[in-house]
Structures are given as C-alpha cells and as structure tokens.
Design a protein around this ligand. Structure first.
Ligand code: TTP
Ligand code: MN
Ligand code: MN
Ligand code: MN
Length: 377
C-alpha cells in the first residue's frame, strides 16, 4: 500500500485565517522551495505571483503529515499549476531545477544580500544590482550615497543578520518594560510579532504598548526614546508620529496596509554576556568595553496604540504576514468588512465593530479563534 492510503482525507479551508498553522510542520522540504520562488517574485515586484507561492506553501504547512505523492494534494485549495509542477519535481527527483537555478543565480543572491540590509527595499536593491553592485561591501567600496537607516544597516550588517534568540528577546522585554513603566506608570507592554507566535528566533523583537486610560498614550514614544537614549541603549532610531492624531480624521481605512500608529524602528545596543559570547568574534559592531563586556546590535520595533484599538493592534502585529493578509482578504471578500490594525468596519451595517480582545475580532469576522501559536501561515 502507498503511504497515502493510510492518510485520511484532510478537508482544508481555503483562507489561511480559517486554518491552524503550527510553527513546526511536516513539509519544510516543499515549503522552503516554494518560498524561494515567492521571494524571487518579490524581487521582481511581481506581488501576485509571490502571494500565490506563499499561499501554496502555507497550505502545505497546515497539513498534519508529510506529502509523499501527488494524489494526496488533489483536494487541497490554493495549489496552482506552477506550484504543483514544482512539488511534483521535488517528489520525483528530490529537487526542483527552477528552485535550484533561482538559488544559484547571481541576481537572486545579490538581491538577498542587498535587501538584507536594514533600510534597503527591493527598488533600491534592484537599482544597485543593475549598477553592478552585489553586496554591502560593494556599497562601501563604491562610496554609495546612503540614508541614515542604510548607514546603520551596513554598519551593523552582520549582527542584524544574526537571528535574535528567545533569550535575547526576554532580556530586551525586561529593558523595554522597565523603561516604559518608568515613563508611564500603568502602561501595558506586549511582545508581538514572531516571538508571540512561539518562534525561537526572529529577525527583530516587536512590542506593542498601550495604557488603560485612553489618551494617556498620546506622544508617548518620544519620551520612551529619550529614556532609552539616556541609558545608552539605542544605536539607531526612527520615530514616526501617529498620523491619525495629526489628521484628526478618525479611524478611517488606511490607504495602505501600513498602519498609522506612533512607532519606532530602532536598533538596540544589547549587552552580551562576555562568557557566553565567542572570543574574537568577527562581528563588525561588537566592541570590547572597559570591563570586558561586549554588545551586539538587535532590531527592535516599538508601537504605541490607544487602548480602544489595542485588540486590533495586537492582532495586526502578531502576524504572520500571510495570516494578516488572509484575515483582511476574508473580511473584505467574505464579510464585506474592512479590517486594519486600528479597527473593523462593517460595510453592510455601516459602522465600526468594537472589540476588547482578539477573540471578539474573530467572532465579528465569523471565524473560529486561532491562537497566536497557530498563526504561522
Ligand atoms: P515582522 O517583525 O516583520 O515579522 P515577524 O515578527 O512575523 O517575523 P520576524 O521573526 O522575521 O521578525 O512583523 C511583525 C508583524 O507586524 C507582522 O504581522 C506585520 C506587522 N506589521 C505591521 O502591521 N505594520 C508594519 O508596518 C510592519 C513593518 C509590520
Ligand atoms: Mn518581528
Ligand atoms: Mn518587526
Ligand atoms: Mn558580537
């Protein structure tokens, strides 16, 4: 008997927000391949193609078993012709020629290296690639004009491409918690992003900050940033004010998926235990101080939300990115609602739906509640 004969048919829902997607799944050999093609599509700014590959990969992440044969896929949603062709090749030959040649290509490798610099997006990386640049070092050698974010990105390149561990996230959580509470007693600090979904490593650490007294959180970020700077904890920061407060136009739908909270994209200077830190580290940012203590650069995102929007902000900042995208698509296409990190608008009732918890938002959307650890779509 084929392995598939033992596998009960899985009735897979078509939106990722209708499914449970654990962090650890059974089909990494397939999802890695599909996500390589998704990333390559992003590099050529082909969003439709990229999302199609990400949706395919996400369906395989939600399967409770290893895929061994094509017939196991016949009732699954979202698997397009191109994805199926790639999967078939991997099941038959062990690898996909398209995926392998993508990974080998000079353009893909250069785009990965260049977009891996903090502050560098696909447009900039692509322009540099066409000018013959391939790596952060090429930028330095050719004396490229860089903005402040990119300068920090190049300066701390190695540290920022070293995954942040859960342990480091906990240390940073303590620092952020103490600092924010010193600035605004009673503030609530939530770890969001990948670490809230149970990831053991991340590319940054994300925090959402609020206060039960509506309005107490206004203009909070500059005070937090000053306090962090006074402690010598920031290597870089860029604070963006709340554009809602500025525009006074209420919780309307944001023009893009970017929310409009007061936020700070920062780079922390994190003290590293010198005993657990490899001696003679090659890290370009690591320096030895007086007492032999060392540090490393870590990306930290801080977001401040009014209490009334906190449930939406929490849901919006927990991710994964595909899960968020699918929630919004579900809201719009299936419920005639508009979901953002600020609010949920019901077009039929022509009113905003309030929520004090993520659970209530899922209920408004007619979705079964999915806990953060199962949002790894
Ligand atoms: P990220 O920190 O980019 O991703 P992540 O935490 O899931 O994974 P990683 O380990 O690589 O850091 O984003 C976290 C969430 O924040 C994600 O769901 C999208 C959301 N987000 C916004 O809502 N608005 C924004 O402007 C950005 C940058 C992110
Ligand atoms: Mn993150
Ligand atoms: Mn982030
Ligand atoms: Mn180091």
């Amino acid at each position: 008997m084929k392995p598939s004969d033992f596998t009960p048919a899985v009735k897979m829902k078509s939106y990722a927000c209708q499914r449970r997607t654990p962090l650890k799944h059974h089909n990494l050999f397939l999802t890695d391949a599909l996500e390589t093609l998704a990333q390559n599509a992003e590099f050529s700014e082909n969003e439709g193609r990229s999302v199609a590959f990400r949706r395919s990969a996400s369906v395989l992440k939600a399967l409770p078993h290893v895929v061994r044969a094509m017939d196991e896929l016949k009732d699954l949603p979202c698997l397009g012709e191109h994805s199926l062709r790639v999967i078939k090749e991997i099941l038959e030959d062990g690898t996909s020629s398209e995926v392998e040649s993508t990974r080998q290509s000079e353009q893909f490798q250069a785009m990965k290296a260049l977009t891996g610099i903090f502050g560098v997006g696909v447009r900039t990386a692509d322009r540099w690639f066409r000018e013959g640049l391939r790596s952060p070092l090429d930028l330095i050698h050719t004396g490229q004009k860089l903005n402040h974010a990119q300068q920090a990105g190049v300066q701390y390149y190695k540290d920022l491409n070293t995954p942040v561990t859960k342990k480091e996230a906990v240390v940073i959580s303590d620092i952020v918690e103490k600092t924010v509470k010193a600035v605004l007693p009673g503030a609530i600090i939530t770890l969001t992003g990948g670490f809230r979904r149970g990831k053991e490593v991340g590319h940054d650490v994300d925090f959402l900050i609020t206060h039960p007294e509506e309005g107490a959180e206004e203009r909070l970020m500059p005070k937090i940033v000053n306090c962090l700077e006074d402690q010598g904890l920031l290597l870089y920061q860029k604070t963006t004010v709340n554009s809602y407060l500025e525009s006074k136009d209420g919780p309307a739908r944001p023009a893009s998926n970017m929310d409009r909270f007061e936020r700070c994209f920062s780079i922390f200077k994190l003290e590293v235990d010198s005993e657990t830190h490899a001696e003679g580290s090659l890290s370009n940012s690591c320096s030895t101080h007086h007492s032999g203590s060392t540090w490393r650069a870590v990306r930290v995102d801080l977001v401040v939300s009014p209490y009334s929007q906190f449930a939406f902000a929490t849901l919006g900042w927990t991710g994964s990115k595909l899960f968020e995208r699918e929630l919004r698509r579900w809201a719009g296409q299936e419920k005639a609602m508009s979901l953002s990190s600020h609010a949920l608008y019901d077009s039929k009732q022509q009113r905003y739906l309030r929520a004090n918890s993520e659970e209530e938002i899922f209920t408004h959307l007619g979705l079964e509640y999915i806990p953060p650890s199962e949002r790894n779509a």
